[in-house]
Design a protein around this ligand. Structure first.
Ligand code: HEM
Length: 462
């Protein structure tokens, strides 16, 4: 969602007039539970249209040419409509530069991959326990916890271990985070949100409480990080080997690396941690959950991926999950072209909204089979992954704001998919149960995803 800074009513095509009126801002509110279906219908009908609003003009577009115009060609004229100053102006530029440099260093990439593998194996262990006792697993919740554990480890080096469910603070943080995202999306369609914030009522009161919980949690972790960096001897004085190991490990998490480069304001670090956690946690967890759902709905594709994993890493029946995970280096992941193609093909004044959900489903963009799950559409004749224009496949955004964690997200999702599908066969616990999204920023599966797993490997227990 972006806001036009200077008067520039027409988008990319100067000769074309847009603005069919598709409804009022009340319509999305009425259709909130199935918001994205409703918006997809409108996008298929009009591509670019307005929603009448008493307070501001709002243009919605699902046209790749307009998306490119807004996100790249005339980028400077479109500021972000939602989010704090952290996401805009010089502060954003500086933070983006710092993070982009960090994300591309080998040490951070290697550290992240190691964290993803450890957490994928941990998750495989939980699945093993459920599989052997014939219990259904709510896998979305496990993905949410596992991705939260991973991102906190990568950012702060701390073991949150929310997946074990033993950490109350971690559970509260995770809950506050989820509710916070829901309330933030609601602001888009609630013209009275500022009044509600002022009166501290409804979703705004909830949001305030959640923000407090989130801040407290992150501030505490940063404070302890700063203390460890400032006084490493307190804990390690008599263990020279440990000291050396710790200072090597220290450098791998992003906050420690920042603190070692320069004395950084804790508030800046808090914002950086929150930015990346918001951006990278439930985005990946929701994608993985829908991916497993699609795998359960298309068992032959699940088999094909398991076969690809076996072939690429030369997996034997007597291999263990740990061996499977250990073989997943970048070269092996790059060879998994079919898995990559399956992964996630879902998918001053006026406000412009571009619509990734609708754009992932429009026949005018993807052909008559747009709604079908068909990984082959992403592969060329020799089975190699073919990328699409990021302005058409817009799930990771595009242009100067393109997702900074895109490669990390793919690495994480491919490691989890390869470990889990390589070790287990997944089936829906209840084939007849309807599955729907919950309207939030990242569209998780409403009520979670219950699956049954059965081991493929002899040594599926990590
Ligand atoms: C399937 C997973 C993911 C999806 C679909 C996704 C999508 C996106 C999108 C659409 C944006 C643009 C947001 C906007 O401008 O409003 C974005 C930004 C961002 N993403 Fe991701 N993301 C994913 C995973 C990740 C991960 C794992 C990380 C971090 C490790 C991450 C880090 C970021 C950051 C830092 C930004 C802000 C970039 C900026 O404002 O310059 N993302 N992502």
């Amino acid at each position: 969602v972006v806001v036009v800074r200077h008067r520039a009513q027409k988008l990319c095509d100067k000769n074309k007039r847009y603005h069919p009126i598709a409804g009022t801002v009340v319509h999305p509110l009425i259709n909130f539970p199935s918001l994205h279906h409703y918006m997809t219908e409108l996008a298929c009908k009009y591509k670019t249209y307005r929603m009448l609003d008493l307070f501001k003009g709002a243009v919605y577009t699902a046209d790749p040419a307009n998306v490119e115009y807004v996100l790249k060609t005339n980028f400077t004229n479109y500021g972000k409509a939602m989010g704090s100053s952290q996401w805009t102006g010089e502060k954003w530029q500086h933070q983006r530069k710092v993070m982009s440099a960090e994300f591309s260093t080998k040490v951070v990439r290697d550290f992240s991959s190691a964290v993803f593998k450890t957490n994928a194996v941990k998750l495989a262990g939980i699945i093993y326990e459920a599989a052997t006792s014939n219990q259904a697993i709510e896998i979305q919740d496990l993905f949410m916890k596992s991705t939260l554990d991973s991102i906190i480890k990568i950012l702060l080096g701390n073991e949150l271990d929310s997946i074990s469910g033993k950490d109350d603070e971690g559970n509260r943080f995770s809950h506050a985070f989820e509710s916070g995202q829901e309330a933030t999306l609601y602001r888009l369609f609630d013209m009275f949100w500022k009044i509600k914030r002022f009166l501290n009522i409804g979703k705004e009161a909830e949001l305030k409480k959640n923000i407090k919980e989130i801040d407290q949690f992150v501030n505490k972790l940063i404070k302890s990080k700063i203390e460890t960096i400032q006084n490493p001897e307190d804990k390690l004085s008599e263990l020279p080997y440990m000291h050396c190991l710790a200072s090597r490990l220290k450098k791998r998490d992003l906050v420690s690396r920042r603190l070692e480069i320069e004395d950084t304001d804790p508030k800046y670090l808090r914002d950086m941690v929150l930015c990346v956690t918001v951006a990278g946690q439930d985005t990946t967890a929701s994608s993985l959950s829908w991916f497993v759902y699609m795998m359960c709905k298309h068992l032959h594709i699940q088999e094909k991926i398991a076969q690809e994993v076996r072939e690429v890493i030369n997996l034997k029946d007597n291999s263990s999950v740990d061996e499977l995970a250990a073989s997943l280096d970048q070269e092996a992941l790059n060879k998994m072209q079919y898995l990559h193609a399956c992964s996630f093909n879902v998918k001053k004044g006026d406000m412009v909204v571009y619509q990734p959900y609708a754009m992932g489903r429009m026949k005018s963009l993807w052909g008559d089979d747009a709604e079908e799950f068909m990984p082959e559409r992403w592969l060329d004749e020799s089975g190699l992954f073919q990328d699409e224009s990021p302005y058409k496949f817009i799930a990771f955004s595009a242009g100067p704001r393109i997702c900074l964690g895109k490669e990390h997200a793919y690495t994480q999702m491919k490691i989890f998919s390869a470990v889990l599908l390589g070790s287990y066969i997944f089936k829906l616990a209840d084939e007849k149960k309807m599955v729907a999204y919950k309207t939030m920023v990242t569209l998780p599966i409403d009520g979670g995803l219950y699956v049954n797993a059965s081991p493929r490997l002899w040594r599926a227990r990590p």
